[in-house]
Design a protein around this ligand. Structure first.
Ligand code: PLP
Length: 428
């Protein structure tokens, strides 16, 4: 009987429509959302409310360092919550001090400030730069075209993309944008008001573009010559996403003369809390004491709970050798994607990136690409991959980003490649 009578289909209420209705009525519509209502996750998989499984190559936009529902994170949260979740920064507590020590050990001599998001971490860097230049009347920060630094008023002023600024003018003063990977453009833009240069080691939202070695080393020399702070936004490309703690460490690996390279300030977030909202910035000695008592603060920054989670993530990354995993699985993905791009040049134009920060640039005008022609190709392609069971993140109109968990397994990477190849094959 069991063999010949199939099980009846499960009764599925239309929970997706009910949840979407709640959003439509009660949530400010500032996000363009995909038509997916998620219910829960486990490792590198998430499930929607109808039970459909997706392989998560988006990682919550480079956030879920250890995937979903990792037992070590759950345990760390419970253990810390039993002691206390929050205490004010008017007092000391051990988790914040210990986390700062570990981060300083991973970056270089300096100190850390803790906050709650990437944009807020960058705000700290802007304030550091302003404080640094204040006595000489210097306040301006040079940032790169195509950069992304967050959605606060300071963040959109710093970001080198017009689309985030539109409708919110006038911009906060004191930011100039210059082409990325162009040292001479930075040199020419320096004025008596310039205090700092801020770049991403690998531009993320801008489409996965790594800084060149010459650019990084040249910026360090230029900032030293002109007494400017070199600031790096490590929010998306940091935390072992490239196989080293920070992308500059990976990009400069083995480069003669680059051993001692350090920026003067560095922002972090995303993987730092693995999904628990957390940001931080590091400032190099001697700039690490510029922001003295009363000069900068946030109520929740570096709470015991956030710090306990961040410490546990770093412990798991170390114990499970995830920096090496990122390199191995990243290479597997890159090789597989290059192969798919060779077979389907009419669909994939180029694959870029380092470790598990990979950008897939789509070919212009893909023939037979289903979906609303008014929507960018990257969104239409992401929709096709969703239908096939894979989450990816669009960057701009033409690029898809893969930012999976750092513990992505080789079999999962291969499953993702099969889905991508299958979707590409359908377009000829
Ligand atoms: C490089 C970079 N900086 C800053 C941010 C802003 O971070 P958050 O969204 O946590 O404010 C992002 C977010 O995507 C980012 O990619």
């Amino acid at each position: 009987m069991k063999d010949i009578v199939p099980a009846p289909p499960p009764i599925v209420r239309n929970e997706a429509a009910a949840v979407q209705a709640l959003f439509q009525q009660h949530v400010i519509p500032s996000y363009g959302r995909f038509d997916i209502v998620l219910s829960h996750g486990a490792g590198s998989y998430v499930y929607d409310v109808a039970g459909k499984r997706y392989l998560d190559f988006g990682g919550g936009i480079a956030v879920n360092a250890l995937g979903h529902a990792h037992p070590a994170i759950i345990e760390a949260m419970l253990e810390q919550a039993r002691k206390f979740i929050h205490v004010s920064n008017l007092y000391y507590h051990e988790p914040q001090g210990r986390l700062a020590r570990v981060l300083v050990g991973l970056i270089g001599a300096g100190k850390c400030f803790f906050c709650n998001s990437g944009a807020e971490a960058n705000e700290g860097l802007y304030k550091l730069a302003r404080k640094f230049g204040h006595e000489e009347g210097r306040f301006e920060i040079l940032t790169a075209l195509n950069s992304f630094h967050g959605r606060t008023l300071g963040g959109i002023a710093a970001t080198g993309q017009d689309k985030v600024k539109k409708g919110f003018e006038p911009m906060v003063a004191g930011f100039q944008h210059v082409p990325y990977n162009d040292l001479e453009a930075v040199r020419s833009a320096i004025s008596p008001a310039t205090a700092a240069v801020l770049i991403e080691g690998i531009q993320g939202e801008g489409g996965i573009t790594p800084a060149s070695v010459d650019y990084l080393l040249g910026l360090r020399r230029l900032c030293d010559e002109r007494r400017l702070l070199l600031l790096m936004d490590g929010v998306q490309d940091g935390h072992f996403r490239t196989g080293r703690f920070q992308s500059f460490q990976r990009l400069l690996e083995g480069v003669p003369g680059a051993e001692g390279f350090l920026p003067d300030g560095l922002s972090m977030a995303k993987c730092l809390g693995g999904g628990f909202p957390m940001g931080a910035f590091w400032a190099r000695a001697p700039y690490s004491d510029l922001l003295g008592p009363g000069s900068h603060a946030t109520t929740y920054g570096g709470s015991p709970l956030a710090c306990a989670v961040a410490l546990k993530i770093l412990e798991v990354i170390e114990r499970e050798g995830l920096a090496d995993n990122v390199r191995r699985v990243g290479e597997l993905l890159r090789a597989g994607l290059d192969d798919i791009a060779r077979k389907h040049p009419g669909v994939l134009r180029q694959v870029r990136g380092v470790g598990l920060m990979i950008g897939i640039e789509l070919a212009p005008d893909i023939p037979n690409l289903p979906g609303d022609p008014a929507k960018p190709q990257a969104v239409r392609m992401a929709n096709l991959l969703h239908a096939a069971g894979l989450l990816t993140i669009p960057a701009g109109t033409q690029t898809l980003r893969l930012l999976p968990a750092l513990n992505l397994r080789p079999v999962e990477a291969e499953e993702g490649l099969r889905i991508i190849e299958d979707v590409c094959s359908r377009m000829g």
